[in-house]
Design a protein around this ligand. Structure first.
Ligand SMILES: Cc1cc2nc3c(=O)[nH]c(=O)nc-3n(C[C@H](O)[C@H](O)[C@H](O)COP(=O)(O)OP(=O)(O)OC[C@H]3O[C@@H](n4cnc5c(N)ncnc54)[C@H](O)[C@@H]3O)c2cc1C
Length: 206
């Protein structure tokens, strides 16, 4: 895709955060905003102070994890983080509120993911709703009302969903004739296929 953009003469500016002023200075006829999403921070006691790393920070290499890791949230992102860590020798537990983990992962990928979990002894605590965060773990409530304390971890990794991040559309709408918000900036959680389809629809409307 990068090569095709370059061949088509797309002006790519990397390591550059687009601000409303930058966009104004380019005098565009249309803007497609594809600014993605940010991790969801639910109002659960202890979360702000517990020193968590987000799964995205971890997978991007911006944060490191200790030996024993608790992953809070067992959807696609949490399970991918768990798989990544387990394969690198970390001892990993995952806590998920739903009855099953990785429900949003395609079956053909999920199968191999669970094989990795078995091989590396990743512990899955499903049907557990986190009610409190600590620096070294969480407390959660089972579907039968039982309380489970999972403590003694070196790192808590947060993967409890995402929310759309669209900091630009309101600011640029007054001076750009056509503004499109696409991908996870429009609807999160999403996926790469939906984001790409959104982008194509926007491009065809310009
Ligand atoms: C761990 C993980 C695994 C995933 N696995 C899959 C999978 O297997 N299959 C699948 O379909 N989807 C998967 N997804 C979801 C998929 O990655 C997203 O749905 C998709 O990338 C959304 O595309 P987007 O363009 O909307 O946002 P993003 O891909 O998040 O891109 C947004 C970009 O905008 C940049 N940006 C933000 N603000 C500014 C600004 N002001 N100026 C300039 N740049 C800015 C960001 O740096 C970022 O690069 C996964 C997501 C994660 C986190």
């Amino acid at each position: 895709m990068i090569v095709r953009c370059e061949k088509a003469g797309v002006d790519m500016r990397l390591s550059a955060e687009a601000t409303p002023e930058d966009i104004r200075s380019l005098h565009p006829d249309a803007v497609i905003l594809a600014t993605g999403s940010t991790p969801l921070l639910l109002p659960i006691p202890g979360l702000p102070e517990c020193g968590y790393a987000t799964a995205q920070e971890l997978l991007a290499g911006k944060r490191a994890a200790g030996r024993r890791v608790l992953v809070a949230g067992g959807g696609m992102i949490g399970c991918e983080a768990a798989e990544y860590l387990a394969e690198r020798g970390h001892e990993v537990s995952v806590v998920e509120m739903k009855p099953a983990a990785a429900e949003d992962v395609a079956p053909e990928i999920r199968r191999y993911m669970f094989e990795t979990f078995r091989r590396h002894d990743v512990r899955l605590h499903t049907g557990c709703r986190i009610t409190r965060f600590y620096e070294d773990g969480v407390e959660c409530k089972g579907t039968d009302g039982s309380i489970l304390s999972l403590r003694g971890y070196d790192t808590v990794v947060l993967a409890m969903g995402t929310r759309s991040s669209d900091p630009l559309s309101e600011a640029v709408s007054p001076f750009v004739p056509q503004v499109f918000v696409v991908g996870e900036a429009r609807k999160s959680p999403g996926n790469a296929v939906a984001a790409t389809a959104d982008a194509l629809d926007a491009a065809l409307e310009i």
